[in-house]
Design a protein around this ligand. Structure first.
Ligand code: FES
Ligand SMILES: [Fe+2]
Length: 362
């Protein structure tokens, strides 16, 4: 319990701002979008840790990320045009920028290019079916991107459609939600489910934290019925979620016969990639990949579709509105709030402490 008791909050300008508005980690890779959402020759805007960016996939397939702000009159470049495959023309007065952000054409007057006519460029790579962008000033290292290699090899037939929603809250409230899956019993009753008496285990390897909840001889819940191949409706369940800073989570949701080794069970990997847009909005990218698939291959496409729909419903209609309301409640409080801490908070507290240390180094 000592980890839980040592949690600290830092009230700042508004009474409870400190709960959310630790500064964002800048020297980190952030998911800008699913790679499929960046077709060639298309300008795609995204906001990431309060910075407006524009993304472009070049003709060679590599990815450009520039500040989405022309240095002339600050028009968003994402409203402009792609020129010659790899360049961006401002929609307002036609300056053209190359993929490194340098102005390469000024159509006006003597056509001289002012030295200040450049746009910040951000390192961006495609990995694990996502576009990742480095927001800091330190040298980026793609090997620091957390391991979601299961997405590289996932058979399409066992994977739900890569999807995303926006949640009207600070990303830490969303990661707290995922790090404490006890909420599934109450908020996702009948769909996801869990057990209030589940045994909680928190493990840490380097800065990676895994929170596991296991329960024995419990009833199957809604989503599990879709892929559970046995007639028995009483199962052992293990939900184990891995966290990497600042906001990447990988759930392994397993069900097995009572007493069976969970390694022989069936279930899915739940991929949860959060991207802080602002202090009060978070882009939430998700998909699920099944493992030890024991249903008929001819049925798997329909099963995936249902798993994808139910997870989207749970996140968009149940988690999202509650987390947004939670943020509003905290914002509007007229007194400094100190949360009551429960045994279930040990995972979120551990991660918050790691993040606080990283923010000091940032
Ligand atoms: S605002 Fe871009 S060229 Fe004028
Ligand atoms: Fe949830």
């Amino acid at each position: 319990m000592s980890a839980v008791q040592e949690i600290t909050f830092h009230p700042q300008q508004s009474r409870n701002a400190g709960y959310f508005t630790q500064p964002f980690l800048t020297n980190a890779w952030y998911v800008a979008m699913w790679a499929k959402d960046l077709p060639p020759a298309t300008l795609v805007p995204r906001k990431i840790i309060n910075e407006a960016l524009v993304f472009l996939r070049k003709e060679d397939g590599s990815i450009v990320a520039l500040a989405d702000r022309c240095p002339h009159r600050f028009a968003p470049l994402s409203r402009g045009k792609v020129k010659d495959g790899d360049q961006i023309q401002c929609p307002y007065h036609g300056l053209v920028f190359d993929s490194g952000g340098a102005c390469v054409h000024n159509p006006h007057g003597s056509q001289a290019i002012p030295p200040a006519a450049k746009v910040r460029s951000y390192p961006a790579v495609e990995k694990h079916r996502c576009v990742w962008v480095w927001m800091g000033t330190r040298t980026p290292d793609p090997s620091l991107i957390p391991d979601f290699s299961l997405l590289d090899t996932a058979p399409e037939a066992h994977m739900t459609k890569p999807d995303h929603i926006t949640i009207g809250a600070h990303y830490q409230l969303v990661s707290d939600n995922l790090l404490d899956l006890s909420h599934a019993i109450y908020l996702h009753e009948g769909i996801l489910g869990d057990s209030p008496t589940a045994e909680i285990k928190v493990e840490q390897q380097g800065d990676t934290v895994t929170v596991s909840r296991s329960a024995k001889s419990v009833p199957l819940v809604g989503i599990q019925r879709l892929y559970w191949p046995h007639p028995s409706t009483i199962v052992d369940r293990v939900n184990s979620i891995r966290w990497d800073a600042p906001c990447y989570l990988l759930l392994k949701a397993t069900v097995c016969l009572p007493g069976q080794d969970p390694a022989d069970g069936s279930g899915y990997w739940g991929v949860h990639l959060l991207t802080p847009e602002t202090e009060s909005t978070t882009a939430y990218h998700f998909t699920a990949v099944r493992f030890n698939v024991q249903t008929l291959e001819s049925e798997n496409e329909a099963i995936n579709e249902k798993i994808g729909e139910r997870r989207r419903f749970a996140f968009e209609q149940q988690d999202g509105p509650l987390i947004a309301a939670q943020q509003r409640t905290i914002d509007e409080a007229t007194e400094v709030l100190n949360p009551v801490l429960l045994s279930i908070d040990v995972g979120p507290v551990r991660c918050k402490r790691i993040l606080e240390r990283m923010l000091k180094d940032d």
